[in-house]
Ligand binder design. Structure first.
Ligand SMILES: NC(=O)c1ccc[n+]([C@@H]2O[C@H](COP(=O)([O-])OP(=O)(O)OC[C@H]3O[C@@H](n4cnc5c(N)ncnc54)[C@H](O)[C@@H]3O)[C@@H](O)[C@H]2O)c1
Length: 442
């Protein structure tokens, strides 16, 4: 009570693209009376019976939803059983003092005096501790729902520990298996080495410590070994912590192209240890910062102005929400490609010599110009300062067109209507798209 459920519930539901359901509202609707009225006229026992009925009905529905449930509802063992079976539960944490501040002047039943309120809180506390996770704010709930937590990489336990060779050395990771640093890990040959070296049963877990390249290949091996075993991602780059280790896309490259073989296989946990970033080279940091800026533009918040841990937290929560909303990339997840259609074209035309972060930064500039958002262009220029790349214009345009061939001859772009308001469109004339691309080529 007073933790902020009713404020947070609908916002969370919107972020996850699910309906928001309040059990209190269901009770009130069925009774034709407000909760305080039910308490007053019929007593708490009657309210609890109705609350249990509402909770069980709501939990029995097949549609995914965000459900607000008051702490008192956990007094019912039937409700607790249904929650354990049907729901991912997050305890929205608050101190009794803070909660009292919020509810003291309301007409809520059970709000009599501060002492009684505190003792009720203490009495219920053990029930709250049974929740799957606890959080204090919106991002905290999103992170928990996606299995993302902040902590030391040393606390991660798994039967096999696959690490980027360079990271293993720098951070004394007790790896059972290493993969070559960077993109070289994402080959069929490296996957085969892992498949053949692993001695695991289906209850074992693989943990992967490294950047996106390591988590991509290790996650892919986990997706395929013994038809799929659990894995834990421990991203060691900024790109990994804000993007690659979140959302369950795993895969390897073929000589024919990047990420051509892969799967959707969510890690059972993603453990983010920002201390790992201390050894990250500048160029890798810039690659990550480009994704941070992209996320801030999509979110409509100046995430790039925050300190690193706060950047990672907001960006990871943002990506988690979109991926929970669209786990198989059938819709909303497309927005994460903001700037990337141009970036891929520049990278391909350079034979992948342009760093990904610089290509993304230029891609963002192109997409924001087409969106008519000069404010956004300035942010990218201030924070990422990308300089145009010297690649062959026709080659870059041809690469961008190849993307288009795969999609019924249309060039689909993610643009922004305003900061924080992405839209996917195929209505921009090819000449304008080409002009935007040309403008970021030296
Ligand atoms: N699965 C996804 O959703 C997703 C999303 C984005 C990117 N990716 C993939 O991620 C890959 C790129 O990953 P990345 O940018 O994280 O880099 P990376 O894994 O390729 O590593 C880049 C370099 O950084 C080094 N490194 C990593 N952690 C370090 C640390 N803590 N200190 C010092 N050096 C460190 C590595 O040894 C390597 O040399 C690409 O293959 C891309 O396709 C996947």
């Amino acid at each position: 009570m007073g933790a902020g459920k009713s404020t947070l519930g609908p916002v969370l539901a919107e972020r996850l693209g699910r309906p928001s359901v309040s059990t209190d509202a269901v009770v009130e609707e069925r009774a034709g009376a407000t909760v305080p009225e039910i308490f007053e006229l019929r007593g708490e026992a009657e309210f609890r019976a109705r609350e249990e009925e509402a909770a069980l009905d709501v939990l029995a529905r097949s549609q995914l939803a965000v459900i607000e449930l008051g702490g008192g509802a956990l007094g019912s063992s039937r409700t607790r059983d249904a929650l354990a079976e049907r729901a991912f539960t997050v305890h929205l944490e608050t101190s009794p003092e803070e909660a009292w501040e919020r509810v003291a002047r309301t007409d809520r039943p059970l709000v009599r005096d501060a002492d009684a309120f505190r003792s009720l809180y203490e009495q219920r506390r053990p029930l709250y501790e049974a929740a799957d996770a606890s959080a204090t704010d919106l991002d905290g709930v999103l992170l928990a729902a996606a299995g993302i937590r902040f902590g030391s990489h040393r606390a991660v336990e798994a039967e096999a520990l696959v690490a980027d060779a360079c990271v293993a050395e720098l951070h004394a990771v007790p790896a059972t298996h290493t993969v070559p640093r960077g993109e070289a890990a994402k080959t069929v040959a490296e996957a085969e080495l892992l498949w053949r070296a692993l001695r695991l049963d289906r209850t074992s877990r693989i943990a992967a410590v490294g950047g996106g390249s390591t988590t991509d290949v290790a996650g892919f091996v986990a997706a395929t070994y013994l038809r799929g075993i659990d894995w834990i991602a421990v991203p060691s780059t900024l790109v990994g912590q804000v993007d690659a280790a979140i959302g369950g896309k795993v895969g390897i490259d073929l000589p024919e192209g990047k990420n051509l073989v892969g799967a959707f296989h969510w890690p059972v946990a993603t453990v983010i240890d920002t201390a790992l970033l201390e050894t990250l080279p500048d160029e890798e940091r810039r690659n990550g910062l480009a994704e941070v800026v992209k996320t801030g533009l999509l979110l409509g918040e100046p995430v790039w102005e925050r300190d690193t841990t706060a950047q990672v937290r907001s960006c990871a929560a943002f990506k988690a929400a979109i991926c929970l909303r669209d786990p198989r990339e059938l819709g909303d997840r497309t927005q994460l490609n903001l700037g990337h259609t141009f970036a891929h074209a520049l990278e391909a035309a350079s034979g992948y010599a342009v760093p990904h972060g610089r290509a993304v930064a230029l891609g963002l500039v192109a997409a924001l110009r087409l969106s008519g958002l000069e404010d956004g262009v300035r942010v990218v220029e201030d924070v990422l300062a990308p300089t145009p790349v010297a690649v062959d214009r026709d080659a870059a345009w041809a690469a961008l067109q190849r993307d288009k061939k795969a999609r019924d001859g249309e060039i689909r772009l993610v643009l922004l209507e305003a900061l924080g308001r992405p839209r996917v469109t195929s209505e921009i004339e090819p000449e304008r798209v080409r002009a935007a691309l040309d403008a970021v080529i030296a």
